[in-house]
Write a protein that binds this ligand. Structure first.
Ligand code: ADP
Ligand code: ADP
Ligand code: ZN
Length: 213
């Protein structure tokens, strides 16, 4: 199954795509993770995108598309993948349609009010990228990853001012993709507001009808 996960920052794209990846063995490809790793490692890509991520803007389409196109050419992504956080613009969706054929675009719906709560409480493992929340998914030991023992950190774009910029970018650039995929009969809408197991189960029970087409 070849899927893209849409939805505003904090909708649970990373959480649900990691659950699907672990449970069904499908590669999860997160452009946000790719950019954050590049920033951490101070690669050429990292130096290019650091300021954009810190301001909550979008990385230019050309650069983002080239990275995804390359990643999808790897052997592990030939049968199945979940793209988490790509596409984020119509231009990215059009480019993707030119080099891969999707089964569905899954839109996780969450109201703006819930987003600030989710993002300000988000904690991420420095080592493996596992996602926690101080209230809804606390680690067993404070500040430490359950999976690998890595240190948890607060993303520097999860502060209130930056969240506002990211939400603006979402509403202006990314939300139009809901109609774009709807017009192509590829859209699956899932309520992202209940707990993660409920969201995961809703996804599993709905996705089948897209795979049998
Ligand atoms: P979130 O999990 O909050 O939705 P991501 O981890 O997906 O955020 O992305 C973090 C940042 O990386 C974005 O704010 C943006 O700057 C950049 N980014 C990620 N994916 C894309 C994309 N497809 N196009 C442009 N920029 C992107
Ligand atoms: P996204 O990738 O869409 O930005 P994340 O998966 O990183 O979203 O989730 C954002 C925050 O909300 C994280 O702290 C995560 O633990 C928490 N979270 C995600 N899904 C749920 C859910 N269904 N219920 C409660 N909290 C959630
Ligand atoms: Zn970890």
């Amino acid at each position: 199954m070849k899927l893209v996960f849409l939805g505003p920052p904090g909708a649970g794209k990373g959480t649900i795509s990691r659950m699907v990846s672990e449970r069904l063995g499908i590669p999860q490809i997160s452009t946000g993770d790719i950019f954050r790793t590049a920033v951490k490692e101070k690669t050429e890509l990292g130096l290019k995108v650091q300021a954009i991520l810190a301001a909550g803007g979008l990385v230019p389409d050309e650069l983002t598309i080239a990275i995804v196109k390359d990643r999808l050419s790897w052997p592990d992504a030939q049968r199945s993948y979940i793209l988490d956080g790509f596409p984020r613009t119509i231009a990215q969706a059009e480019a993707l349609a030119g080099f891969s054929s999707l089964d569905a675009a899954v839109d996780f719906e969450v109201k703006d009010e819930l987003i600030l709560f989710r993002l300000t409480g988000r904690r991420v493992c420095k080592v493996c990228g596992a996602i926690y929340h101080v209230v809804t998914k606390p680690p067993k030991v404070e500040g430490m990853c359950d999976l690998c023992g890595g240190e948890l950190y607060i993303r520097n774009d999860d502060k209130e001012e930056t969240v506002k910029a990211r939400l603006n970018a979402y509403h202006e650039e990314t939300e139009p993709l809901i109609g774009w995929y709807g017009n192509r009969s590829l859209l699956l809408t899932i309520d992202g507001s209940p707990d993660a197991e409920t969201v995961y189960n809703a996804f599993i029970s709905e996705i089948g009808r897209f795979l049998r087409k």
